[in-house]
Design a protein around this ligand. Structure first.
Ligand code: NDP
Length: 504
């Protein structure tokens, strides 16, 4: 399929400009790798201009963005409407660049993006502080003020959704933004900038720098003009971000990797489990930090559940991402496909039981892109690298457990702690396990539903801080205490500490 080549370049102060480097990266369709779909400007030399634009828009507040919460609410609400109006175009763009199926974008990413914008539109005029009258009659007023300029560094798997999740609360709080999307998926970040502007955001409020993380990310982290960094991506990159942010003591929010268990007890409704496990492991081609990539099953029902899930997997249709009938699309890049295939090869070399899948797909459309069979690996021991490491692709491992205690121990036998599922018809048991699993989100008798009303973030090496919900606003607000003296006369009891009794 041939598509016209679009250009995506740094978007600064309301204008998409030519990159100062003069350089462009080529982006090819992951489902049809001979088809160039975009030229992405290398904005490595444009970081300073983007940061200055955001800084000026914040510090000068000539547009009223920082002070006028109704303006911010209106902009976010209108932006949500525009996302909905442009839903099919945005869904197509998102799928084309990422390889996620068009149904994923249309039914998931795009409507959820609109909901996030809408949610924080409603928060913009509710950033309440509080006050207290003190014993001596004085008053202390706690104001909540926006922190300043926020750098949002985002990955390639949910380019628009994650960017909205990171920046809508920042905008609602009155901050301004410099976004750095993944190099290979810049399109919808630029579109979001245009949408916000059309919705009434003044220039400079939301800037985007396209291009490589190594240079652009490093510049953003070095800049003393950035106050907060919200990063979503790999744990190793996250650690580096935290180190670099320390030089100017920026606030850091990190959403990192996951190796999420679905814990299934024998009393669960297995038909529902089989659907949810298949969905949770293979949604977004398995290229999701929330993927339920480890199935932990109680011994008595393992064989039955493996058979049920395997049958579901056999029924999945892998195909071109813009084809309405595809359940899974191509992986995002050759590099990602090779990484996933290495894990599959390790399953074979470790002598594990690859029940379904295990190959790169070939023939017809498959030869044109990065298509991998959805794969199930049974009886995966906790020592296996497939059990421990984030694969970030369509690979599900199965491990059995004897009892509740062992289930919790297996679930927690990872450096990650992002999400988990617990399946049981015994609600007390489900709650006990939910409490013991070290994860930021635990789904009970369901998996991978993530409305903006649900906090998102991880324990352990899955990150720091929470996005979504009103909790996210905290990252972008400062508390300021204003003490107001209400008393008459020149002296106060505490001045006496220095001035002495004679002067009172
Ligand atoms: P990366 O960490 O490689 O990249 C994420 C972003 O950081 C990209 O924009 C990248 O730019 C940029 N970047 C790369 N190097 C640096 C650097 N040195 N300094 C600053 N920025 C840098 O992650 P991926 O894009 O590969 O995304 C996959 C990962 O994201 C997975 O591990 C996944 O678990 C995690 N993730 C976590 C989520 C969560 O909610 N916890 C949600 C989604 C993904 P460039 O594109 O140029 O490399």
């Amino acid at each position: 399929m041939s598509t016209s080549v679009q250009r995506f370049s740094p978007y600064i102060n309301g204008v998409m400009m030519e990159p100062s480097s003069g350089k462009f990266f080529q982006r090819f369709d992951p489902g049809d790798k001979g088809n160039m779909i975009a030229l992405v400007g290398d904005g490595s030399r444009d970081v300073g201009a983007a940061v200055d634009a955001a800084r000026e828009a914040f510090d000068g507040d000539r547009s009223g963005w920082v002070s006028d919460y109704r303006l911010r609410a209106r902009v976010l609400l209108r932006a949500a409407d525009i996302v909905r109006e442009r839903a099919s175009e945005l869904a197509r763009l998102e799928s084309l660049f990422t390889g996620k199926t068009i149904r994923t974008s249309r039914l998931g990413d795009i409507p959820r993006t609109a909901e996030i914008l809408e949610f924080y539109a409603g928060a913009a005029d509710k950033l309440l502080g509080y006050s207290q009258q003190l014993r001596n009659g004085d008053v202390t007023v706690l104001l909540r003020q926006p922190v300043g300029v926020v750098a949002a560094i985002t990955p390639w798997n949910f380019p628009l959704l994650i960017l909205a999740r990171q920046t809508a609360p920042a905008l609602a709080a009155g901050c301004t933004v410099v976004a750095k999307p993944a190099t290979i998926t810049p399109a919808t970040a630029i579109e979001l900038a245009k949408i916000l502007e059309k919705a009434g955001a003044p220039p400079g409020i939301f800037n985007v720098v396209t291009g490589p993380g190594e240079t652009i990310g490093a510049e953003l982290l070095k800049s003393p003009k950035i106050d907060v960094v919200n990063f979503t991506g790999e744990t190793t990159t996250g650690k580096m971000i935290m180190q670099n942010a320390a030089s100017s003591l920026k606030r850091v929010v990190l959403e990192l990797g996951g190796k999420n268990p679905n814990i299934v007890f024998e009393d669960a409704d297995l038909e529902q489990v089989a659907n949810a496990v298949t969905y949770g492991a293979f949604a977004n081609n398995g290229e999701s930090c929330a993927a339920g990539s480890r199935l932990l099953v109680q011994r008595n029902v393992r064989k039955k559940l493996v058979e049920m899930v395997s049958n579901k997997i056999r029924g999945l249709r892998v195909g071109y991402q813009l084809d309405e009938t595809s359940d899974l699309g191509p992986l995002v890049s050759q590099q990602q496909m090779e990484k996933v295939l290495e894990y599959v090869a390790a399953a074979f070399s470790e002598g594990l039981d690859v029940v379904v899948g295990g190959r790169r797909l070939s023939g017809g459309v498959f030869d044109k892109g990065f298509y991998v069979e959805p794969t199930l690996v049974d009886q995966t021991p906790p020592t296996s690298k497939l059990f421990r490491e984030e694969i970030f692709g369509p690979v599900l491992t199965v491990t059995e457990f004897e009892n509740e205690e062992e289930a919790v121990a297996l679930a927690n036998a990872t450096v990650y702690g992002l999400a988990a599922g617990v399946w049981s018809n015994d609600s007390r048991k489900a709650m006990r396990v939910a409490e013991k699993v070290k994860a930021g989100t635990v789904w009970v008798n369901t998996y991978y539903t993530l409305p903006v009303e649900q906090p998102w973030g991880g324990f352990k090496e899955s990150g720091i801080g929470r996005n979504n919900t009103i909790l996210a606003l905290e990252h972008y607000l400062e508390w300021k205490g204003v003490y107001i003296d209400t008393q008459k006369g020149p002296m106060r009891p505490y001045y006496g500490i220095v001035l002495g009794q004679k002067q009172s």
